[in-house]
Design a protein around this ligand. Structure first.
Ligand code: HEM
Length: 415
């Protein structure tokens, strides 16, 4: 457990014994496994005041950090006291829009969600199955006859853009652009490169939405352009672009990152590989357990009005970081939380909970299941080559930047 002590800049409403004068991102990166590392915070109080929260969401600012799964559930469910505001993702490109529905609060947020929900229903996601499988197979084909790949760049980075094009009904010719933008958004070192990629995506989506109003090319886009806000008025063009934008970035970093951690674990767990290869039906439960243990995304809330929360005085405007990596490894919620046990019952919140629960969760789980099945059918003894290691970043989404893998090819005749 890191030291708890007084820090000079702490606001007066924060009790001294709750202050953790650490940097969440730096601390998390001190081990090969940032999920296990942040779990060390469970040895301390249930709610900490942290001087530097995760970059991205908390912007590296100071704020509250609940360490318990149960308290995070409470915060996410309580939209009277905890508002979604504060992330302002589009601020990076000088826009003061709110991303819909993520950066809105109920009831407005729920009105927009109702428009989108039918396109993420089980039936709608079933209908995307073929496209997701084709995207996965197409990417694997590039290294299917080799005995190795660099998983992050050759697969995980590209996969979400493929799926996004199919979800939106965008032309395949745009794939190269989307991959370049994706790379800029996920991997650029210089902030101006991220800004450039975000701006390019914005311009493309603006033109796309204009075309779609004449001739929608997917059920989702038809739903968006024909929607009535509260049954009353069509959505504005800005609202439509905002929705498309969150669908892109919502499923980009999260899917890339989650896949990276899942394969990092899988490459070190031959027993799990063997079990899933022999019993593909277990891939569904394995996906849930891996999502619990590698809940890579975090979120944040802003305190709406002064309140007493678990004996602490929180002030309007305080930031609360919802660290889902911490939720997934909470020993009060899961026995032996660092162990991957696909037979345990799991009720994880990798996709959040409450009114903002991830709209794309069914699609994301489907993507993970399809990818696990596809790799395990083709390759056995998937592992990290001797002397190699992964590299990763922390922040509002813990992500694997590099993951060298090697394997032996499965013998199709043996199946
Ligand atoms: C493993 C992959 C994913 C993870 C871990 C993930 C995680 C999350 C989390 C934690 C939230 C809640 C944020 C909050 O409460 O502040 C969220 C919301 C959201 N996600 Fe995902 N997500 C994933 C994939 C996707 C995909 C594939 C899409 C769309 C194609 C998507 C679209 C959204 C949207 C639109 C929201 C906002 C919902 C709302 O505010 O009502 N996500 N996601």
């Amino acid at each position: 457990m890191a030291s708890l002590h007084e820090a000079a800049t702490v606001p007066s409403h924060v009790p001294k014994d709750r202050v953790w004068d650490g940097d969440y991102d730096v601390f998390a990166a001190e081990s090969d496994d940032p999920f296990r590392k942040v779990g060390e915070l469970h040895a301390g109080p249930d709610i900490l005041w942290v001087n530097r929260l995760a970059r991205g969401m908390g912007g590296g600012k100071a704020g509250w950090l609940p360490t318990r799964y149960a308290i995070m559930r409470e915060v996410l469910a309580d939209t009277d006291h905890f508002l979604s505001g504060g992330s302002n993702l589009m601020g990076a490109i000088g826009l003061d829009w709110k991303l819909i529905p993520l950066e809105l609060d109920p009831p407005q947020q729920q009105i927009f969600r109702k428009v989108l929900e039918p396109f993420f229903s089980p039936a709608a996601i079933n209908a995307l199955d073929g496209a997701v499988t084709a995207a996965c197979d197409e990417l694997i084909a590039a290294f299917a006859n080799r005995d190795s790949c660099e998983f992050a760049t050759e697969f995980a980075e590209k996969f979400p853009s493929h799926v996004f094009l199919d979800l939106m009904g965008m032309p395949r010719e745009r794939l190269a652009d989307f991959l370049a933008w994706e790379r800029g958004m996920l991997r650029a070192q210089a902030p101006e490169d991220v800004t450039e990629a975000m701006t390019n995506v914005l311009h493309y989506l603006q033109a796309f939405v204009r075309e779609q109003q004449q001739n929608p090319t997917s059920p989702l886009m038809k739903g968006i352009v024909e929607a009535r806000y509260n049954g009353e008025r069509p959505l504005t063009e800005t609202e439509m672009v905002s929705i498309c934008y969150i669908l892109y970035i919502g499923g980009l970093d999260t899917v890339f990152s989650t896949m990276g951690w899942i394969f990092w674990h899988l490459a070190q767990d031959q027993a799990l590989q063997d079990r899933l290869r022999a019993n593909p039906d277990d891939i569904t439960r394995a996906t849930e357990e891996l999502l619990r243990a590698f809940s890579a995304a975090s979120s944040q809330r802003r305190v709406a009005k002064d309140l007493d929360f678990h004996g602490l005085q929180m002030k309007a405007g305080d930031i609360v970081l919802i660290s889902l990596p911490l939720a997934g490894r909470d020993p009060q919620a899961y026995e032996n939380p660092h162990k991957i046990d696909i037979d345990r019952p799991t009720r994880h919140i990798a996709f959040g909970t409450g009114p903002h629960t991830c709209l794309g969760l069914r699609l994301a789980k489907r993507e993970i299941r399809i990818v696990l099945g596809a790799f395990l059918r083709r390759f056995r003894n998937i592992r990290i080559p001797e002397g190699e290691r992964h590299s990763f970043h922390t922040g509002s989404v813990f992500g694997v930047d590099r993951l060298p893998l090697e394997w032996e090819l499965c013998d199709p005749a043996a199946d």
